[in-house]
Design a protein around this ligand. Structure first.
Ligand code: 2IT
Length: 450
């Protein structure tokens, strides 16, 4: 796919040898290397300073024990992580994920993606990510609280409003952020903007809950505009049903697109008439139930439910994966192509495997990568940090306008670095990777070998 195969292989070989078990991290790095290394070859200052070698090594990676007591009085032990990837352009910034699949490889892939994503937002945020292999499913509020307090009892010494600012991700919402913030404040004896996604009455930002989904739709709109199309009237398949999928469905419905699927670990639902009105609110009820399944939606609204299946076989114009990494594999890509999908707009972090992405690209499907599409979430976290520093809060309209503006600018950066003259179209993967890389790389060059 690129004319620098040898250089890419030479860069990946030592990483693969050393970190062969870190599959997700290697995948994220390889996708970036394929587009950034050809650029580095043309700009030797980055090569001489070994910028990409440095960027793919966390500045610091913390792993720690999280002991807690369940409601039966039994001892439980989980592992907590915080990967502080890169602080060249600002304090480490990125969410916390609570999910049984969390391990160091997943944390490093997310922290690496976050570094480039945060750079794209144009706000001063470095890259970080954290979480735990803790499974929130079926846990009581008290168990969640005890777990969050135990995790923060170690994490608090590594974070701070000017050091590292966590937020939510999969399995971490308003409730968990509240418990973590409360324990941080108690230990540090300081009320600061140390975490984002906070409640509105204690330093949170309006529109933060909607931001990832809204931002994703704003970006998708820009991509369509660029090829002379509109979002109105488009049929869209969405996977997932959590906070991110909710924001996407809400904004798509508002703009006149029709979302026909959502999904969970149990399967997907097909709603031919489109998800709108009180059905969108019901997504929140399902999420708050803590059951982590979508079958209830099909039962309640009398639509079709496909157990154990993903929604990629449904005929749509646009696919917006909002669930998790690697949810579109080669077979799914073939299904999407067979059904004439026009555009895959990644909303989750790295939902498409590398071989699946290559199939979509070869078939001429427009493809926008997660680190650009979903950057509105962390961008609005950045706006929350600004409001905390100013000790004031902006209206929903103000935040939404700033978010929209940021997404338009990210699209412009992708076009600037990703427009392919030969093909006469934008390579969004290339554009997002290089645009994100250059800002961080230049800051690293200026700050010397650290
Ligand atoms: O993947 C992401 O960008 C997030 N989970 C949001 C991170 C943040 O700091 O708001």
């Amino acid at each position: 796919m690129s004319n620098h195969k040898k250089e890419i292989e030479a860069f990946m070989a030592p990483l693969k040898q050393k970190l062969g078990h870190e599959k997700e991290f290697l995948q994220a790095v390889e996708e970036v290397a394929e587009t950034v290394i050809p650029y580095i070859e043309k700009h030797p200052k980055y090569k001489e300073a070994k910028i990409l070698e440095r960027m793919t090594q966390p500045e610091r990676a913390i792993s720690f024990r999280v002991p807690w007591i369940d409601d039966k009085g039994e001892f439980q032990i989980n592992t907590g992580y915080r990967v502080q990837m890169n602080s060249a352009i600002g304090p480490y910034k990125g969410g916390m994920r609570f999910h049984p699949t969390v391990n160091l490889s997943v944390m490093k892939f997310l922290a690496f993606e976050q570094t480039l994503k945060n750079s794209l937002t144009s706000l001063p945020m470095g890259g970080g990510k954290g979480g735990s292999d803790f499974d929130p499913r079926g846990k009581s509020d008290n168990e969640i609280m005890r777990f969050c307090q135990s995790l923060m009892t170690e994490l608090f010494r590594h974070i701070g409003a000017d050091t590292d600012v966590p937020a939510g991700d999969i399995g971490v919402g308003a409730r968990e952020v509240g418990f973590m913030f409360g324990q941080y404040k108690r230990l540090a004896n300081r009320f600061t903007g140390v975490i984002t996604g906070k409640g509105i009455s204690w330093g949170g930002s309006l529109i933060r809950p909607e931001a990832t989904g809204y931002g994703a739709v704003y970006f998708t709109q820009e991509v369509l505009k660029n090829v002379g199309e509109t979002i109105k009237g488009k049929t869209v398949s969405v996977s997932g049903f959590g906070n991110v999928a909710w924001g996407v469905v809400k904004k798509l419905d508002e703009l006149g697109a029709k979302v026909v699927t959502i999904s969970g670990p149990d399967g997907y639902v097909y709603d031919e008439k489109g998800i709108s009105g009180k059905k969108i609110d019901y997504m929140l009820d399902m999420r708050n139930s803590g059951k982590d399944k979508v079958k209830d939606y099909a039962d309640k609204f009398g639509v079709e439910y496909f157990a154990g299946k993903k929604p990629w076989g449904v005929k749509v114009d646009i696919a917006m994966p909002c669930a998790t990494q690697n949810e579109i594999d080669e077979n799914d890509a073939k299904e999407l192509i067979k059904n004439g999908v026009h555009f895959v707009s990644e909303v989750a972090n790295m939902p498409t495997t590398l071989p699946a992405y290559k199939l979509l690209k070869a078939a001429g499907v427009i493809f926008a990568p997660g680190k650009a599409v979903n950057a509105g979430g962390v961008a609005t976290s950045g706006l929350e940090m600004s409001q905390n520093s100013l000790r004031l809060s902006w209206s929903a309209k103000e935040v939404d306008e700033k978010l929209h503006d940021i997404m338009i600018k990210i699209h412009r950066s992708c076009v600037q670095f990703g427009f392919d003259k030969k093909e006469g179209r934008v390579d969004y993967v290339k554009g997002a990777n290089i645009a994100g890389f250059v800002k961080v790389a230049d800051a690293m060059l200026e700050q010397g070998l650290v």
